[in-house]
Ligand binder design. Structure first.
Ligand code: NAP
Length: 425
């Protein structure tokens, strides 16, 4: 079915949470990249003064002379209903989503409004799937979670690998490895608050703990099973890359998102599809030492954050407050590369397909703002190759290759090809 644009709605896109670190960057990206003639944009939030300050900054810097403001509060469902009914796409950075996100999702389902966000909060995504997937399918509302650094690079690079394998070898890869290869950037108080929320959920809610244990917890109900055993927790020598690898802190969300993409698309990558995400650390003793240090640090941090009083002390005295984040210089100077290797087999033997996905921008903020903003533009223009008209979706299953093209147009690298034996390290 084709989405018919709803011409009664006042706005094309509302950036909800525009006064925050990520929201301000999304608003900046959309106003720099698109003109008022092409896009009816509004900025939403709870603080009129801050929204006005942002508007005056953006109208000074860009060709936009005016940008409407939408006031509301995440704790006031009536304001969210009005917001969802007045716009075609809601693009939200109001987090932690576990704390603030559910009423907005409910309002978008009620209004049949497309929605995208930046959440990496696995336990909340699971709750949204269980509560809203079917109603969103019925309402033709596309709810696309994780449209930032979690999980666009991993999800879309895997899509590139699998599409290339299908075109070139007439089969897909039954195993995919995602490597966070290179990266530099900052972290905001809002992101750390969302992480704290995840630890809180895990400490108090048995379903949340079960969701974090089950590698298939984001798959559709009845399909929460498969061959993957769970994420990597220790240093490991990676046979595909011939390098040492450490566990990745983003694996808990990215791996589950890939499995959900495969399931929602009807298992084009096979029922036996396996995926793992890791950080490559090189070969030899240096590689092993690097992997041990990262694994040890991550283990210690997880152990500390799992203890209530330590968690409270760290979030109060160590983490920056919500609203604080990397400086403009850090955002500009950041960069990242995610590499995905997929291994498949034909009658002629095994093959490896490789995709590289990256940008010269801070991954969690400068690049994330582009990923989320362009996801919203894809939904608005119905620029997707997805067979799905509604539901709780992933970037690959809900939008797909058109998002890769749009990101290339705004400076991302996204390449794919067959990996030859001498490229192995
Ligand atoms: N996936 C990724 O790669 C990625 C990257 C970056 C961020 N994130 C996620 O994005 C979210 C936002 O991060 P951030 O750094 O931008 O956080 P932030 O700077 O703290 O911004 C949060 C925004 O939410 C608004 N807000 C808070 N409570 C509200 C309420 N009751 N009603 C309406 N608005 C409310 C804040 O408004 P005020 O200005 O009025 O306080 C602000 O605009 C976090 O969940 C973070 O984990 C994900």
């Amino acid at each position: 079915m084709i989405h018919v644009p709803d011409t009664d709605r006042q706005y094309d896109i509302v950036v909800w949470g525009a006064t925050g670190v990520a929201g301000g960057l999304v608003a900046g990206h959309l106003t720099e990249q698109y003109s008022p003639a092409d896009l009816s944009l509004a900025l939403g939030g709870r603080n009129e003064g801050r929204l006005e300050a942002l508007v005056s900054d953006l109208t000074r810097r860009t060709e936009w002379n005016e940008i409407p403001i939408v006031l509301g509060d995440a704790t006031d469902p009536a304001s969210l209903q009005e917001l969802a009914h007045n716009t075609r796409v809601v693009c939200t950075t109001v987090g932690p989503y576990t704390r603030y996100g559910t009423p907005l999702v409910a309002a978008c389902v009620d209004a049949g409004t497309d929605y995208c966000d930046l959440t990496g909060e696995v336990t909340w995504i699971r709750e949204m799937i269980d509560r809203y997937h079917e109603p969103a399918v019925d309402a033709d509302a596309r709810l696309v979670h994780s449209c930032g650094f979690d999980s666009v690079p991993a999800d879309l690079a895997t899509l590139l690998v699998q599409s290339h394998a299908a075109d070139r070898f007439d089969t897909t890869c039954d195993m995919v490895r995602v490597y966070l290869e290179r990266g530099s950037g900052g972290v905001s108080g809002g992101t750390l608050a969302s992480m704290v929320e995840l630890f809180e959920a895990a400490s108090s809610d048995p379903l949340a703990r079960q969701t974090l244990r089950d590698p298939y917890s984001l798959a559709p109900p009845g399909e929460r099973y498969g061959v993957d055993q769970g994420r990597q927790r220790r240093p490991r020598k990676d046979g595909l890359r011939r390098s040492w690898t450490a566990p990745s802190p983003m694996a808990p969300v990215n791996e589950r998102v890939l499995r959900r993409s495969n399931a929602l698309l009807g298992y084009p990558w096979g029922r036996e599809f396996r995926c793992r995400e890791a950080i490559p650390t090189g070969t030899g003793i240096n590689g092993a030492t690097g992997a041990s240090l990262i694994a040890g640090g991550l283990g210690l941090f997880t152990a500390a954050m799992s203890v209530g009083p330590i968690r409270t002390a760290i979030s109060e005295y160590v983490f920056p407050d919500p609203g604080e984040g990397p400086t403009a210089e850090q955002v500009e100077a950041g960069h990242f590369t995610v590499r995905v290797l997929g291994r498949g087999t034909t009658t002629d033997g095994p093959f490896t397909v490789e995709a590289e996905f990256g940008a010269d921008r801070d991954p969690g903020y400068g690049a994330t703002a582009r990923m989320l903003g362009e996801s919203a533009m894809c939904l608005l223009a119905d620029d997707t190759d997805s067979p799905l008209d509604g539901g709780v979706l992933t970037p690959a299953s809900g939008i797909g290759a058109p998002l890769v093209d749009r990101l290339r147009d705004v400076g991302f690298t996204a390449t794919v090809g067959v990996r030859t034996a001498n490229q192995d390290q």
